[in-house]
Design a protein around this ligand. Structure first.
Ligand SMILES: NC(=O)c1ccc[n+]([C@@H]2O[C@H](COP(=O)([O-])OP(=O)(O)OC[C@H]3O[C@@H](n4cnc5c(N)ncnc54)[C@H](O)[C@@H]3O)[C@@H](O)[C@H]2O)c1
Length: 263
């Protein structure tokens, strides 16, 4: 797909980190970008700074996501590119020591279900709403109508202790990719996912000051390059997945060869 000013895109989680870098890369190519994010203050500021449209959206709410797409499409027309980065999830071990009772407790079904909404259900929601809109677009070369890029995680394959929800649900995000690409093949909509290793975004950057030793060991844990990923390296792959029409139904690690240990 030719990436230029004739296109519009929606980037969820675009107020920060990997979503923000993706929004910036798309804007640099002339694409009209709408940022969906729950963080209104940060999202509006970032959108104003980079020249995107901000839509306050909670990815766990069907109503909120539908309203976001309506606002984005009213301003920019139907998106041909969707980049889904937003996530909300809880951490915890399947069974762990309960400090209060001295016995054991389990990661509750409620916490697992909450995470399922924020990781897997939200990915399906955002992708399927985008795909429905893309179905009505005129086809481009080869009959292509759009590209959907989901964000999984290295944890989908190397889930660590305490990542029962996040790891298994990010594996679910990878699981969406092939059946959805097949469902959408006759519409010319491609679906891929990226599995980032450890990237230097706000959730990780907080360790830099909080725990410099841990920050150092995080960097040293990456075989090569011996550092965290840069958000613009993620954005570069997003752009290739949007641009290269032969990329379809792939789940791609972007991780400096890291394989996460159990803890
Ligand atoms: N940074 C990493 O090392 C890393 C590694 C593997 C996977 N990932 C994945 O990359 C994606 C982006 O992560 P990041 O590091 O850029 O995080 P980030 O915290 O910098 O950005 C996430 C954004 O999502 C928004 N958000 C949170 N809940 C939301 C909701 N309910 N509705 C809408 N927006 C919401 C936040 O406000 C934030 O702006 C996530 O899916 C994450 O699981 C990140």
């Amino acid at each position: 797909m030719k990436i230029d000013s004739s296109l519009s895109a929606v980037v969820t989680g675009g107020a920060s980190g990997l979503g923000l870098a993706s929004a910036q890369a798309l804007l640099a190519a002339g694409v009209k970008v709408a940022i969906f994010d729950i963080n209104e203050e940060n999202g509006q500021k970032v959108a104003d700074d980079i020249g995107a449209l901000f839509c306050k959206v909670d990815i766990t709410s069907e109503e909120s996501v539908l309203a976001g797409f309506e606002k984005a499409r009213a301003a920019h027309g139907q998106e041909r590119v969707l980049v889904h980065c937003a996530v909300v999830s809880k951490g915890g071990k399947t069974v762990s020591k309960d400090k209060e009772t001295g016995g054991f407790k389990r990661f509750s079904t409620e916490d697992y279900a909450f995470s399922a909404q924020g990781v897997l259900v939200a990915s399906y929601r955002v992708a399927s709403i985008a795909a429905l809109g893309m179905a009505g677009l005129d086809p481009l070369e080869d009959g292509e109508r759009g590209a959907i890029i989901l964000t999984s995680s290295a944890a989908a394959q190397d889930g660590q202790v305490g990542q029962i929800a996040y790891g298994s649900l990010k594996a679910g995000v990878n699981g969406l990719v092939l059946p959805m690409a097949r469902d959408l093949m006759d519409l010319g909509v491609r679906v891929n996912s990226i599995m980032p290793g450890i990237f230097a975004t706000p959730p990780m950057l907080r360790f830099k000051d909080m725990n410099p030793a841990m920050w150092d060991s995080l960097n040293q844990s990456v075989p090569f390059p011996r550092r965290l990923g840069k958000p613009e390296e993620f954005a570069s792959l997003v752009m290739e997945l949007a641009r290269n029409s032969y990329f379809n139904a792939q789940t791609i690690r972007l991780d400096g060869a890291i394989r996460m240990p159990p803890r």
